[in-house]
Design a protein around this ligand. Structure first.
Ligand SMILES: Cc1cc2nc3c(=O)[nH]c(=O)nc-3n(C[C@H](O)[C@H](O)[C@H](O)COP(=O)(O)O)c2cc1C
Length: 165
């Protein structure tokens, strides 16, 4: 009965499901590529697998798909500007960003976590594809840098719960 689900309503309801904001990167033909991805997910511990969903019509996904190594930059609450930069035209996404190549993929400075992946399988998923990947490297800063959250169509940051008593 999927016909009964209106796409706008689907988006509105799924907007209530908070996500992290990552920038998935790769070097393709010596050029850095980046795509903002909210669907990054941990899949398996043994073997270590993780993945993300990409809309099939995306230019950036067609680029990232060609890479042997992918980088996942989990953005901090102070990195909304990085997310906005990576929503510009593909060729302009790294303009003004502080980045370097680490383990074969573009790493953006100051993130909450840095993960490197190698492609394992691309799985059809409706108008998206799921990029199932092997996790090859992981890093977090010594001092925790809290993530930015995407919720209800807007960027948010975590807030501590009020005391229960
Ligand atoms: C917070 C946020 C999360 C996003 N998550 C995804 C995602 O998980 N999958 C996806 O295909 N697009 C996602 N997008 C949209 C893509 O980043 C955007 O359509 C893409 O970068 C456009 O690049 P292109 O013109 O090269 O296709 C997200 C955008 C934002 C702002």
């Amino acid at each position: 009965m999927t016909d009964a689900i209106d796409p706008k309503f689907f988006r509105r309801v799924m907007g209530q499901v908070p996500t992290t904001v990552t920038v998935v990167t790769a070097m393709v033909d010596d050029e850095p590529q980046a795509m903002v991805i909210g669907s990054f997910v941990s899949v398996s511990l043994e073997p270590p697998l993780a993945g993300f969903f990409c809309t099939t019509g995306s230019y950036s996904w067609q680029q990232l798909k060609q890479a042997d190594v992918l980088g996942v930059n989990v953005l901090g609450a102070d990195q909304i500007d990085v997310s906005n930069a990576c929503m510009r035209e593909p060729a302009e996404r790294f303009d003004g960003l502080d980045w370097s190549i680490d383990g074969g993929a573009p790493r953006i400075a100051g993130t909450t976590a840095w993960i490197t992946l190698t492609p394992n399988q691309v799985i059809d998923a409706g108008d998206h594809e799921f990029a199932l990947c092997n996790v090859t490297g992981m890093e977090v800063p010594d001092e925790a840098n809290e993530p930015v959250i995407f919720y209800g169509g807007a960027y948010r940051e975590l807030a501590p719960l009020p005391d229960a008593d």
